[in-house]
Design a protein around this ligand. Structure first.
Ligand code: SF4
Ligand code: SF4
Length: 421
């Protein structure tokens, strides 16, 4: 019964675009060589196309041209079973960060990452999604945040930052130009980003607010593979922005939050937003270009930049962080494959919320480590996704690397020339 539901969900997800993807693979193997999970293990089960196999089978049996005839003749592929879906759950959730590196290299233009995202819908319907992600989505629905961050906890972090900076943060300011949302990881792990934004926006004269309802940017529904949950979480942000009548919503330093809000969001809501979505990197770069982000001094360390997959491969945000980094860092060096071809931290796409995946996640980090080691003598790695930052910090500890992980917004704020405000 549950496998049938999964098959129905797969079939429901297979629109013309996905069908053309499933039809056009020429089995060249390029995608395998792009996937960090396959590269570090050389295990064929981690090739991107293998991860999609049950979905391909369901399509070929039920939806592909002449599938009815093939079934009648007894030559259609066999039905997908529940046991098979259980076997595939770790491949689809633990061994894929939906980083889209495979998508980038496919000569047939097949968007494998999006197909995996769609396949996860079927896995949820079959009840084979990992417990960690299911629980995170339940917390998000009940408490407003996948890590259980409540409004009370957010207010406490804001109060601490107000005390630190001496700048008040106004919640629910109607008619503000910009509405800031935050990822749970930022609120819990890196609350200094709130103080950094306060100082930067004060200097630049930006009118902004944080909503007391709908402040969570992370959309665990997208990571889990549940359109219903994704839509409900997204609606909280959209309602907050439209109630407060802001012009822009600033997507925080979180890759998947950006993709969910910017790209999936209007489709999930079934209508355009009444506001624009900008990533914090885009706004900071705009302020810099307008002479409204004035800094003093530079970080002299040898440092590099980790491109969050969703920002660079889905959002094309490669130039902005580099331009900002050059403003405050003298020793910025690029890794091999930097920008579009950058390797994932290993924990995107819900992998870091999935305890079952931890060992494989650390293994996959070997590709990132290789990139860093090749540079030799790098003291810090900057990024602009709180989830990447947390995953990188854990991996650096695991590998005993002497490497500091920094958030770009905070690094900029560190060199802000407050006297120029
Ligand atoms: S790169 Fe594209 S065409 Fe080649 S095996 Fe992978 S999905 Fe198929
Ligand atoms: S999206 Fe990334 S992790 Fe997933 S199969 Fe493709 S390269 Fe591998």
């Amino acid at each position: 019964m549950t496998a049938e539901k999964a098959v129905d969900a797969f079939l429901g997800q297979i629109d013309a675009a996905v069908a053309s993807y499933l039809e056009s693979c020429v089995h060249c193997g390029e995608c395998a060589e792009a996937c960090h999970f396959y590269e570090v293990t050389r295990d064929p089960k981690y090739t991107p196309t293998h991860k999609l196999k049950p979905m391909v089978r369901a399509y070929k049996r039920h939806k592909a041209p002449f599938s009815g005839l093939r079934r009648a003749l007894g030559i259609a592929p066999s039905e997908v079973t529940l046991e098979e879906l259980q076997e595939w759950s770790p491949l689809v959730y633990d061994a894929c960060t939906m980083c889209a590196r495979c998508t980038l290299v496919c000569p047939m233009g097949i968007d494998i990452a999006t197909s995996i995202r769609k396949m996860r819908e079927g896995m949820v319907a079959a009840g084979v999604a990992p417990q960690g992600l299911v629980e995170a989505s339940e917390r998000a629905l009940e408490k407003g945040s996948p890590l259980g961050v409540t409004l009370k906890a957010l207010k406490k972090q804001i109060a601490d930052q107000e005390a630190e900076t001496g700048i008040p943060v106004e919640l629910d300011k109607k008619g503000a130009d910009y509405m800031v949302i935050l990822s749970a990881m930022e609120v819990l792990g890196f609350p200094e980003v709130i103080g950094a934004l306060s100082r930067i926006f004060k200097q630049a004269g930006v009118s902004w607010t944080i909503p007391s309802a709908g402040f969570e940017g992370t959309n665990v529904g997208v990571q889990l593979g549940s359109r219903d949950i994704a839509r409900e979480l997204l609606a909280r942000v959209v309602n907050a922005a439209e109630t407060l009548e802001v012009k822009y919503v600033i997507s925080p330093e979180c890759g998947h939050a950006y993709s969910a809000l910017k790209w999936e969001g209007p489709n999930l809501m079934g209508r355009p937003y009444k506001f624009e979505v900008v990533h914090i990197l885009e706004l900071l770069e705009q302020l810099r270009a307008e002479g409204r982000l004035r800094t003093k001094g530079k970080d002299g360390r040898r440092l590099t930049y980790h491109d969050p997959c969703q920002l660079v491969r889905r959002g094309g945000l490669a130039a902005q962080p580099r331009s900002l980094l050059h403003q405050v860092a003298d020793g910025f060096v690029e890794m091999d494959n930097a920008g579009l071809g950058n390797y994932c931290c290993g924990g995107g796409g819900g992998v870091s919320s999935n305890e079952r995946a931890e060992e494989l996640r650390f293994k996959a980090f070997a590709k990132k480590k290789e990139q860093v080691d090749k540079l030799g003598g790098v003291e810090a790695m900057v990024t602009s996704c709180a989830n990447c930052r947390n995953v990188l910090e854990e991996a650096v500890d695991e590998y005993h690397m002497d490497l500091e992980i920094l958030g770009l917004t905070e690094l900029l704020a560190e060199y802000l020339d407050d006297e120029a405000a």
